[in-house]
Design a binder for this molecule. Structure first.
Ligand code: FAD
Ligand code: NAD
Length: 365
């Protein structure tokens, strides 16, 4: 039935094969899709389980086996994009010949709707934690060597901790380590570090526990989720970003990506809403970036400024947006993220200003 549905969408069912040399085992997956890249492949080798999940449109194709022999921790993943072929090369621990790949585990060699696969987690080590504002920190987590996972720009993951015997899960959006470093992701493959900007709420359920972790402790990180697709940025000329508080997080990688990889881009404007000056994440980096790259502008708007603040203030409003959203072409996009009432109000105001549904992307749960 799934194969029929896929066929209607112009996809045929994926398949796999494997072969070996004295020192390696290669698993080859034929997705029969053209738009497959390294972001589409998630591989984990944990305890006795080897699991590869290939994201194909709304589906996941899963290879899941208990390998018949032991392998080294690290492996390599290669994608031949034009034919949608994926090769995962495992290193044998011993030079023995394998008679079979392994024993099939749950969902092995099946294609299932992504929403039915459930969240798959791996344990990541806390590498560093650095204060950014009075309540927001930059956390760096390291993926295990036996995981291949890249979070696509604009998507989020779930972090999981066991708090007094109960598993608690919350979504967070990976960022780059800084706004000013070159955009590394497509070049630096096998990137093992994931950075997060996370605001600690003293009365919150999850963030105080996260803040208590020591360097070297573990946090579980899920597969990526989210509907944002950076491919919609091709030919883009104007990009408007509306962010409130930690709603800034999805904008970080998008900003880096757009300024580096979209040659048609003429203007990127960020309107960043916060309560006070002390709440502004990476203010000086944003100002430096605006100085360095003339296509980028940033405006700060405070909802609870001190009397010394002589910049813009208030909540998101028609007056603030009419000045900010000056289209210079019909190839524009507006991205919006923040507290739910902020995002809802923003979307209403954008529709009032004749931005179409296709031109707006809002980040929500
Ligand atoms: P919660 O327990 O949820 O509490 C949050 C605040 O609400 C606290 O101030 C608490 O005191 C107050 N509160 C809780 N319950 C009540 C109540 N009954 N009445 C009144 N007040 C109450 N956050 C980030 O910092 N960085 C990110 O990159 C990020 N990415 C996200 C991506 C997505 C897709 C989504 C949906 C959210 C994201 N968030 C992000 C928010 C994050 O998921 C959590 O909601 C946030 O960290 C708060 O979690 P918490 O459990 O610590 O606090
Ligand atoms: P905050 O309380 O510090 O508020 C920041 C600004 O948001 C305020 O200065 C104000 O301008 C605006 N704002 C707040 N409440 C508003 C309201 N009722 N109406 C209009 N504007 C309002 O924000 P925070 O504590 O940093 O919270 C950030 C929010 O962003 C959280 O709710 C978080 O879940 C959300 N978030 C969502 C995603 C996502 O969906 N992908 C990612 C990151 C953060």
């Amino acid at each position: 039935q799934v194969a029929d549905t896929l066929a209607k969408e112009g996809c045929s069912s994926p398949s796999y094969d494997w072969f070996q040399t004295d020192s390696s085992v290669t698993i080859v997956i034929y997705t029969k899709q053209k738009d497959i890249n390294l972001d589409s492949v998630i591989v984990d080798h944990q305890d006795d389980s080897f699991r590869a999940e290939i994201l194909i449109k709304d589906y996941s194709y899963i290879i899941h086996v208990e390998l018949s022999h032991e392998i080294e921790e690290d492996f390599s993943v290669r994608v031949v994009e034009n034919v949608g072929k994926i090769e995962i090369v495992l290193k044998k621990k011993e030079n023995a010949s394998w008679k079979r790949l392994g024993h099939p585990l749950e969902n092995h060699n099946s294609l299932i709707l992504k929403k039915d696969t459930g969240l798959y987690y791996r344990k990541c080590r806390l590498i560093s934690k650095e204060g950014v504002t009075h309540d927001t920190k930059l956390f760096c987590l390291m993926l295990p060597p036996s995981t291949h996972l890249q979070v696509p720009v604009g998507q989020h993951v779930y972090l999981k901790l066991t708090i007094t015997g109960t598993e608690i899960v919350k979504p967070y959006t990976p960022v780059s380590d800084s706004l000013l470093s070159e955009f590394k992701e497509p070049v630096l493959l096998n990137n093992k570090y994931i950075y997060f900007l996370i605001k600690i709420y003293p009365a919150g359920l999850f963030t105080p526990e996260l803040d208590q972790l020591q360097i070297g402790d573990f946090v579980s990180v899920s597969n990526p989720e989210g509907s944002f697709k950076i491919s919609q940025f091709q030919e883009l000329e104007d990009l408007f970003l509306l962010a409130a508080g930690t709603g800034f997080t999805p904008m970080v990688k998008i900003l880096n990506y757009a300024l580096t990889n979209i040659p048609s881009l003429r203007k990127v404007k960020l309107m960043f809403f916060n309560k006070t000056e002390d709440d502004i994440i990476w203010r000086s980096q944003l100002e430096k970036l605006a100085f360095k790259d003339k296509r980028f502008d940033v405006e700060f708007v405070l909802s609870a400024p001190t009397s010394e603040w002589n910049g813009k203030w208030g909540h998101i409003s028609p007056a603030l947006l009419s000045e900010f959203l000056k289209r210079s072409s019909d190839k524009s996009k507006v991205l919006i993220c923040g507290p739910t009432p902020f995002t809802e109000q923003g979307i209403r105001l954008l529709h009032d200003r004749n931005f179409s549904k296709e031109e707006i992307h809002s980040f929500t749960a």
